[in-house]
Ligand binder design. Sequence first.
Ligand code: NAD
Length: 256
Amino acid sequence: MKTALITGSTSGIGLGIAKEFAKTKQYNVVFNGLEANGQEIADAIAKEYGIQTMFSNANMLKAEELRKMVDEAVSKFSKIDVLINNAGIQHVSPIEDFPDEKWNAIIGINLTSAFYLSKAVWKGMKERKFGRIINIASAHGLVASEFKSAYVASKHGIVGFTKTLALEGAPFNITVNAICPGYVKTPLVEKQIADQAKAHNMSESDVVSKVMLYKQAVKDFVSLETLGQTTLLLASDHATTITGIAMPVDGGWNAQ
Ligand code: NAD
């Protein structure tokens, strides 16, 4: 059995990826997130798929908690083979009103936490000559949209971080890649739909078709299964020569 640690996996994309990993029965899964029912989610998935799981509510803004989560996972499962840096937040605002504390939280959660965690798992991966680090960036890791300055900066940042670690990991069979999803219907996006409908005085369905999916050629949300399967591919033994990429899974948004 391999072990996958997935941050922000008690909601949305992280939970979707965790389920795809659990279904293979080849991974134990370390769950993480701030949702109050995190332990119940981890227990339910262990029972449903017959794998072992654990849960940690380590806060992405606290380096000590992140290091403790890695130590606990290593003492339970002996190693971490796959690290998926997925936890993330968003805040939408014109630059002149953008709150300083939101900027710092977005950079801390979306970018700096990946630095702390990659650093914490690196030594073990290097010794075992196997490691897979997969960063859930965004289409906004490749292009910008207005009013998302901190988010776009954090996601472009993680794409650069991905490339750097790919170079450092290459001699040790540690691959490091980013996945850049378009819109996925998760709590993070549902909140944006509601906020934008209010801000633009539009219906929620108009926000989806005229604002959100406007930039995607495929006028559909990206599914959790698609992201889970893409992540599994990058995590596999065969993916040794796929490293340092920022892979759009965005319905053609970046093709334009
Ligand atoms: P979500 O809100 O459903 O889930 C986010 C997860 O991160 C939750 O489990 C939450 O508890 C956790 N989290 C947030 N702050 C944390 C903190 N300080 N410490 C620990 N955990 C924390 O959001 P989602 O849509 O599933 O987003 C997951 C990732 O995918 C994010 O990095 C996001 O930027 C990225 N993404 C989302 C979309 C989309 O359309 N939903 C598109 C592209 C990229």
